[in-house]
Design a protein. Structure first.
Length: 345
């Protein structure tokens, strides 16, 4: 039947491949919407959870965070969305009713935004988790505490360094920092220099250069820094370099780094650098002022006027839940400046 839900299930820890099978039909609760999923994007945490057996406490589980689709039902208290809206949404991790890898999925209205007519489901699906992660690192009071993004930002006179600008999180970070009125410097591989410049970066550096720390410090010596944002996951070397740079520049000596725990913080970060460690991949922003500022007040309008772009570009692997495993395997093998997407019927 057309409304029968099905999911790509992770039946047990380290199970491979996902098993496509029937799934429950969900009824949205308070401030929830039910979405007919039309496209999902793959994140590093998806293959990592599957291959490494981390994070999940109970099985079977449905993974996936990035959703593009159509609202088919709304729960009590929903005021921002209606049935029929085309939306992008970010799910909570590893809660089966919220996992993106299924035909019908629940999402919280505060992490759901309307897609303008000029943005496809596949394009919209590249953003949600990267957006939440970058937004929490940039705007939360306990992190960099930057001004919230605006459609017509006023220059702040400050500069932010984004380490890893061609990643999903880094691409969102560059664009939102620009929307907050900052100048942006970033690192990436030389083949992605023009990509990062097109997103708004004014300075671009080769992260693989042996002299990258010295190069950045020399170039930004006269800038008033708002801090450093490390958008790379699980790379202690990048965290160390980011901290060394933050210490040597003028302005705020703060390093915001994504989803690591204390064991990933390397020795040698200068003592004058404060470190903000993001947990929960940023989905905590549904409950604070960051979610309202980004998802509620800014995102849909920014997509409509083109000031926020769905980057990296989607690379569609195929169609159907059966393609989820292939998509995760492709991402694990490595991609650059693209986002792996599966479309759903």
């Amino acid at each position: 039947m057309e409304n029968q839900n099905r999911a790509a299930w992770l039946k047990a820890a380290k199970d491979h491949p996902f098993k496509v099978d029937d799934a429950p039909t969900y009824t949205p609760g308070d401030h929830e919407v039910l979405i007919r999923t039309r496209a999902v994007a793959i994140n590093p945490c998806d293959w990592a959870v599957q291959r490494m057996g981390i994070i999940c406490k109970e099985y079977p589980a449905v993974l996936g965070e990035d959703i593009g689709g159509e609202i088919v039902a709304v729960g009590p208290g929903v005021t921002k969305h209606k049935v029929g809206d085309h939306v992008l949404a970010c799910s909570d991790l590893i809660i089966p009713s919220y996992g993106a890898f299924q035909l019908f999925v629940l999402a919280h209205e505060n992490l759901t935004a309307k897609l303008p007519d000029n943005v496809s489901f596949a394009e919209g699906a590249v953003l949600p988790l990267g957006l939440c992660t970058a937004a929490t690192s940039l705007f939360a009071k306990e992190n960099l505490a930057l001004p919230h993004p605006q459609l017509h930002p006023q220059p702040t006179g400050k500069t932010l360094l984004v380490w890893g600008g061609s990643t999903s999180v880094g691409s969102c970070g560059i664009q939102m920092a620009k929307a907050a009125g900052l100048k942006v410097a970033t690192t990436c591989s030389p083949r992605n220099f023009e990509y990062c410049k097109a997103l708004g970066a004014e300075y671009v550096f080769d992260y693989g250069s042996p002299s990258v720390v010295e190069d950045i410090v020399n170039a930004l010596r006269d800038e008033d820094m708002a801090g450093v944002f490390n958008a790379q996951i699980f790379n202690p070397s990048d965290i160390l370099k980011s901290g060394q740079i933050a210490s040597q520049l003028n302005g705020k000596k703060f390093l915001a780094t994504v989803h690591v725990s204390l064991e990933y913080i390397p020795q040698g970060i200068p003592a004058d650098v404060e470190i903000g460690i993001l947990s929960g991949y940023g989905t905590v922003c549904k409950d604070n002022e960051v979610g309202e500022a980004v998802w509620g007040n800014w995102l849909s309008a920014a997509l409509a006027n083109g000031s926020m772009k769905c980057k990296p570009d989607p690379k569609v692997i195929g169609r159907g839940l059966e393609k989820i495993q292939e998509a995760c395997d492709v991402l694990k093998a490595g991609v650059s400046a693209s986002k792996i997407v599966v479309e759903l019927p």
